[in-house]
Design a protein. Structure first.
Length: 235
C-alpha cells in the first residue's frame, strides 16, 4: 500500500490501462472486463482488476496533469511491480484533425520541469515504448482501426494567456494533453514500458468539443484498441 493506493500487489496486474478520468476506468470495468473487482477508491481514484479475453488487466485513473500522473504511475511501477502502462486519454488537436481521431504517441514534448526535478533529465522530449507501440500499431492494422502516429505536446497549463508555439513547431506536435510527459519520464527512469493512445476530444483551430458524457463513455475505439493490444504482451 502507498499513501494513494490501498490495494496489495496480488490485487493488480502488471499491465495497466490509465484513463485520466476515474469514471472512465469504471466504465471500462463495467463494460469490458469479466470478474472485475474494485481495488481502489482512495481520493475517488477508482481502480479495477479483471479479465479481458482471459488476460488479467488493471484499469485505474491517473487524474489530470503531470503531477497526478507522476504520483500514480511512479507508485505502480516502483511499489507494485507494474511493467506496462498504456495511457488512454483525450487531447486537443493542433493540426487539422477530426473529433474522435485516434493518435498513437511516439514522443511527448513539454516545457514541464517534471523530469528535471525527478532525476535531472534536461531534455524537453521523452519517448514512448517501441515495444508497446509496435503491438498497438500491429493490432490497429489487424482490426482495421485507423490511427495517426506522431508527437504530442504535454502542457502543465490548461488555460494559457500566451501563444508560444516554439516547442509545438519544433516537434511538429499533433495536439496537446497533460499527462504523457510524466508517464514516459517515470518509465524511462525505472526501465519500464509506457505508451499512450489518445482520442481527439476538441479542436484548438475549429472550436469543436466532445461533451463530458461523450468523453467518459464514447471512446470505445481507443479502449478496444488498447485492450486488444495487451493480449499480445509477453508473446
Amino acid at each position: 500500500m502507498t499513501p494513494h493506493l490501498e490495494f496489495k500487489k496480488e490485487d493488480i496486474s502488471n499491465i495497466v490501462l490509465m484513463p485520466g478520468d476515474p469514471l472512465r476506468a469504471k466504465y471500462i470495468s463495467d463494460n469490458y472486463l469479466e470478474n472485475s473487482i474494485e481495488i481502489n477508491d482512495v481520493r475517488n481514484m477508482l481502480g479495477y482488476t479483471g479479465y479481458y479475453k482471459g488476460k488479467k488487466i488493471t484499469v485505474i485513473g491517473s487524474g489530470m496533469g503531470n503531477p497526478s500522473m507522476g504520483i500514480y504511475s511512479y507508485e505502480l511501477y516502483k511499489f507494485y511491480d507494474v511493467d506496462y502502462i498504456i495511457r488512454i486519454g483525450t487531447c486537443g488537436a493542433y493540426k487539422d484533425l477530426k473529433l474522435m481521431d485516434v493518435i498513437l504517441v511516439d514522443n511527448s514534448c513539454s516545457e514541464s520541469t517534471y523530469a528535471k526535478v525527478l532525476d535531472d533529465y534536461n531534455l524537453d522530449i521523452v519517448k514512448s515504448s517501441d515495444y508497446l507501440n509496435k503491438l498497438i500499431e500491429e493490432k490497429a492494422k489487424e482490426k482495421d482501426i485507423n490511427i495517426l502516429r506522431g508527437n504530442i505536446h504535454c502542457s502543465d497549463v490548461f488555460y494559457k494567456e500566451t501563444n508560444n508555439t516554439e516547442l509545438i513547431d519544433k516537434y511538429n506536435c499533433l495536439g496537446v494533453e497533460m499527462e504523457t510527459f510524466a508517464l514516459f519520464s517515470n518509465a524511462r527512469l525505472l526501465n519500464k514500458n509506457a505508451s499512450a493512445i489518445i482520442t481527439v476530444s476538441d479542436s484548438i483551430n475549429h472550436d469543436l468539443v466532445l461533451s463530458q458524457e461523450e468523453r467518459e463513455k464514447s471512446l470505445n475505439m481507443m479502449i478496444i484498441l488498447a485492450l486488444e493490444s495487451i493480449l499480445n504482451i509477453g508473446e
